[in-house]
Design a protein around this ligand. Structure first.
Ligand code: FES
Length: 163
């Protein structure tokens, strides 16, 4: 066995141990739901020409965007984007999952920080603001939909940039 091969195997073993260590620490702090949404977020996407859109900056300085496609007052597609941490991603994912397929009124009633926390099996105190950010962004995107609906001519002049 060459010295380089030994070095590669050592490095691989070290990386694997480090990863296992990090995952075991995460499992002590977060539920399986949080880790799953963190690693495989649903609806993590920007949507062209949304019928409802909001961008909100949270208390920690991270921001979240929500994009809603709505037909006959029903949410047919929704997405979110954030520059925030893993728990913010998990919260955005749950918020969009709860809203997906619901009527405007149902989504407004259902998407709250409490609901997000419940579905995630709770969050450590210092991460609760991530759920507040996701719920607030959804609420504003829904309000934006209502506002645009009342003044539909304005939508023609509005442009939401999607990279
Ligand atoms: S840490 Fe800022 S929103 Fe999650």
């Amino acid at each position: 066995m060459t010295a380089n091969k030994v070095k590669d195997e050592d490095l691989e073993k070290f990386a694997k141990e480090l990863q296992d260590q990090i995952m075991s620490q995460l499992r002590q702090q977060y539920s399986a739901e949080v880790i799953d949404r963190w690693q495989n977020p649903r609806n993590f996407k920007r949507i062209e020409n949304p019928d409802g859109y909001a961008q909100v900056k949270g208390s920690c300085g991270d921001s979240m965007e929500m994009f809603l496609k709505i037909e006959d007052d029903r949410i047919i597609d929704c997405g979110f984007f954030t520059d925030g941490c893993g728990t913010t991603i998990a919260c955005g994912s749950i918020a969009t999952e709860v809203a997906q397929g619901k009527s405007f009124i149902e989504a407004l009633a259902l998407v709250s920080a409490d609901e997000i926390l419940k579905r995630l099996g709770g969050l450590p105190e210092e991460d609760v603001h991530c759920a507040l950010l996701a719920a607030e962004t959804m609420r504003r995107a829904l309000a934006d939909y209502l506002f645009q609906k009342k003044q539909s001519w304005k939508k023609l002049y509005r442009k939401v940039e999607v990279e």
